[in-house]
Ligand binder design. Structure first.
Ligand code: UD1
Length: 367
């Protein structure tokens, strides 16, 4: 069976890692990676191939940055050519980025099976490009791999037939478990001169937060006020560009309790999350990683596709309201770091990739 895996962004590389490693164990499978080039900086792409020990892509489309329509359209054109050459039996697409949608659409239009990893996640916010990508990808996929029962229910409500849906768990959880020894070995805490449980992390890169000056300022003013501990702020390239346009950048750089750093590697980031007292983020993946690593999370969004973390009391939606971020941040900082009791993981058992591969192997009609 020829499998083409289409990816192009940092989170998609992480989501694919365990699957790539699992496929290698089966000689009857030939998994080939197509990289769209949506992320091209070393720190957002190649670094993760190196750290997660992944084979090089067979094709690099080098599409690069642009408006959503341009970027998705350019990928669609290039992916079609690549799929003609590779002739896969199935195209796998992880997550919710423009690369996900382009991969799904290119394959579906060529009548190639599409398998979507992380199907059925919904924020119900169509202002987010990711929500558009998720919904359209799900509805042109023939294999929908969900991370939780909740996501499966969502797909059933949308009229997707049950036979197409498999709840396998989260491949991001697989990756986290597989890399735990290297995560522990990371020296990032010493490198940044931090003490365990005595710092917070801020990450923000969502278009709706950072491309809107008012929202970005609310977030920055909140962390400027949360001055009782160090705040590490790994800055995404999109955010870096926007920061340079605000008057707050020089203030941020001069503020002692805030430390701006370049985007971090996988092991470094997870080590920091594990020993942080608080996470403030708009990332999807970090909300779940904070849950798995038992660190309280404030999500600076009005909604989340990972509603389970909110229902389980580990994640709080605070929007992009400065007062709410500061109030809830101070409340958490004044509590001793909580430990989950009777912790359950709604996102699987760390064997999602194995399950996906077994399902594909059983479907002889793919060929
Ligand atoms: C994309 C995904 C988002 C995901 C995020 C993870 C979409 C719609 N968004 O957002 O869901 O959470 O990746 O990081 O697919 N840039 C660089 N170097 C790079 C890549 C981007 O400098 O390697 C800059 C460019 O100026 C570009 C901007 O970042 O214009 C945005 O990049 P893009 O890939 O379009 O979206 P992200 O914000 O990274």
């Amino acid at each position: 069976m020829n499998i083409a895996l289409v990816l192009g962004t940092r989170p998609q590389i992480i989501k694919s890692a365990s699957l790539i490693n699992e496929a290698v164990k089966h000689s009857e499978l030939n998994l080939q990676i197509i990289h769209t080039g949506q992320h091209y900086d070393y720190e957002l792409s190649k670094l993760f191939f190196d750290e997660l020990n992944l084979p090089d892509p067979i094709v690099e489309l080098n599409v690069g940055s642009g408006s959503h329509g341009w970027q998705t359209g350019k990928m669609l054109i290039e992916l079609e050519k690549a799929l003609v050459d590779i002739k896969p039996d199935i195209v796998l697409v992880p997550g919710d980025t423009n690369s996900t949608l382009a991969g799904a659409l290119a394959a579906a239009k060529m009548q190639i099976n599409v398998g979507h990893l992380e199907a059925g996640a919904r924020s119900y916010d169509m202002n987010m490009p990711e929500e558009i990508n998720r919904r359209l990808t799900d509805h042109c996929s023939s294999f929908l791999f969900t991370v939780s029962e909740n996501c499966k229910k969502t797909l059933l409500k949308e009229g997707i037939i049950e036979e197409k849906i498999s709840t396998v768990g989260d491949t991001m959880y697989d990756a986290l478990l597989n890399h735990m020894p290297k995560i522990e070995a990371s020296k990032i805490i010493e490198k940044l001169n931090l003490e365990k449980d005595e710092y917070a992390i801020l990450t923000t890169h969502r278009q709706e937060n950072v491309d809107n000056k008012e929202s970005l300022c609310q977030i920055l003013q909140a962390v400027l006020e949360l001055d009782e501990l160090k705040i590490i702020f790994p800055v995404h390239p999109r955010t870096e560009r926007r920061l340079k346009e605000t008057s707050l950048i020089s203030k941020l750089e001069k503020t002692e309790h805030i430390k701006l750093v370049s985007p971090l590697g996988y092991h470094e980031m997870l080590k920091l999350i594990k020993y942080a007292k608080l996470i403030i983020t708009d990332s999807g993946g970090i909300q779940k990683e904070a849950y798995w690593l038992e660190t309280p999370c404030l999500t600076i969004r009005k909604n989340t596709e990972w509603i389970e973390t909110v229902e389980l009391g580990a994640n709080l939606l605070v929007g992009v309201n400065k007062i709410k971020i500061v109030t809830e941040g101070k409340r958490i900082l004044n509590e001793s770091k909580y430990k989950f009791e009777n912790k359950i993981n709604p996102y699987g058992d760390g064997k999602a990739a194995e399950k996906i591969i077994n399902i594909l192997l059983q479907k002889s009609d793919i060929k």
